[in-house]
Design a protein around this ligand. Structure first.
Ligand code: GLU
Length: 449
């Protein structure tokens, strides 16, 4: 329950306005609960209507996306772009292509993105977009025609100084390539900085592919060092998911001395007590978009189990949920605690339900929330924009060093913010307050109300 009458009023309005948007309510409530601790010291937030403004997107674009499959049949999907906040920079955030995409999911993701982007220290506002299109099982030609149709409408709403989309679930290098190609054709100019996550040959940045997973491990390593005088060295790690975030989290956790023993996809999970052979996972997932089940057929000593949530029965020291939102509820969290974990860091966006976070924190586990822990992806997108503006490319080592610096800074920034408001060690509160304060100060300075 919110203590502040002002915040309670804002939250009630959010729920009353869009009663069905459960994921959005969840994301807003978590942030408001943290702001409850500082709102009294900042009467200007209420006087200037900052928080009711903050929870309402600046603009929501919704459009139809017709496309033709390989048999010549017409399909119509729905496309969206939620331009949530441009207070500190052009709108920035990914596109998600998945059948579960709807306004609630995209508003929650766009809202989180504002705070995440603020934490990176780079000048990027918050946005999210996508479609209920399901790329699974579609041919290359079908994905291309879908992306072209999507961009035919989206192009008028974006630009390097306006809104810069990137990838998310279901949108990787292939989709960004098709989207960029269509943008360039329609606009007749080479605006490389209009999208991030591009191929290296046309303005993409080194490390962007690895960035979310690497960044997650850099922040986790810093958290372990500063809060437990410990590290990944010798730790057993479980990573849910097997997409871009999970794969490169696995690579970095292993490089830092951890042993990753389980990964999953939406059907089930693999357990390899000898440590996951990442080349096999990459070959299955990136090579031919296969199912994780294949791993157990190829690697002796490993097993496959149906049901992706069961991955959390595998004991670990460090849990890195990198699949999707709300994959860990209170019951699963209790299993993770019972099995002796010491730390949880969110690689996906909002993978832990509020009850789960509560269980982890009550049990004294370290917990790093997504808006800090997975900010490495968008931070490196910010570095890609910088390189596009300079018409220059940094080396892998240069980008990687900048990414590491950003993640270490994020950790200290959120740790200190928690400490300052008397909630030492609560990185959820720290991330929400540090991310919000910067945006709120800019809203006050710009007189956006
Ligand atoms: N989709 C990613 C995220 O959730 C990256 C967004 C971007 O690079 O703009 O942060």
């Amino acid at each position: 329950m919110l203590k502040s009458e002002y915040l309670q009023r804002v939250y009630t309005q959010v729920v009353t306005r869009d009663p069905d948007q459960k994921e959005f309510h969840q994301a807003v409530l978590e942030v408001l609960e943290s702001l409850d601790m500082i709102v009294e010291q900042h009467p200007e937030y209420e006087q200037k209507g900052i928080i009711e403004t903050f929870v309402e997107p600046e603009r929501m674009i919704c459009f139809r996306v017709p496309w033709i499959d390989d048999e010549g049949k017409v399909h119509v999907n729905r496309g969206y772009r939620i331009q949530f906040s441009s207070a500190i920079g052009p709108y920035k955030g990914g596109l998600r292509f998945h059948p579960t995409v709807n306004l609630s999911i995209l508003k929650f993701l766009g809202f989180e993105q504002i705070l995440k982007n603020s934490l990176t220290g780079l000048p990027m506002g918050g946005a999210k977009g996508g479609s209920d299109f399901d790329p699974k099982g579609k041919s290359d030609g079908e994905v291309m025609r879908f992306c072209q149709s999507f961009m035919t409408e989206l192009n008028r709403h974006i630009g390097q100084f306006v809104d810069v989309p990137a990838g998310d679930i279901g949108v990787g290098a292939r989709e960004i390539g098709y989207l960029f190609g269509q943008y360039r054709r329609i606009r007749g100019s080479y605006d490389a900085g209009v999208l991030t996550g591009k191929g290296l040959e046309f303005g993409g940045s080194l490390v962007r592919t690895e960035a979310t997973g690497y960044g997650l491990c850099y922040l986790t390593e810093e958290m372990l060092k500063c809060m437990r005088n410990d590290s990944f060295q010798g730790k057993t790690v479980v990573i849910s998911g097997s997409g871009n975030v999970a794969i490169f989290a696995c690579q970095k956790a292993t490089q830092l001395g951890g042993k990753v023993v389980a990964m999953s996809d939406s059907n089930g999970y693999i357990h390899d007590p000898n440590g996951i052979d990442l080349d096999v996972v990459k070959d299955i997932k990136l090579g031919h978009r296969g199912r994780i089940k294949e791993y157990a057929e190829r690697v002796p000593g490993s097993t496959y189990t149906e049901g992706f949530r069961n991955i959390w029965n595998v004991p670990c020291d460090i849990a890195l949920p990198c699949a999707t939102q709300n994959e860990i509820d209170g019951e699963i969290a209790k299993i993770i605690v019972k099995n002796g974990a010491m730390a949880v860091a969110e690689g996906a966006n909002m993978p832990c339900r509020p009850e789960a976070i509560h269980v982890f924190q009550e049990a004294g586990l370290l917990f790093a929330p997504a808006k800090a822990a997975n900010a490495g992806g968008v931070a490196t997108s910010g570095l890609e924009m910088s390189q596009n503006s300079m018409r220059y490319s940094w080396t892998f080592e240069e980008v990687d060093a900048k990414l590491k610096d950003i993640m270490v800074n994020i950790f200290h920034n959120i740790y200190n913010a928690a400490e300052e408001c008397g909630h030492s060690g609560d990185l959820v509160v720290g991330a929400n307050i540090a991310g919000f304060k910067k945006v709120a100060d800019v809203m006050l300075a710009q007189g956006l109300i």
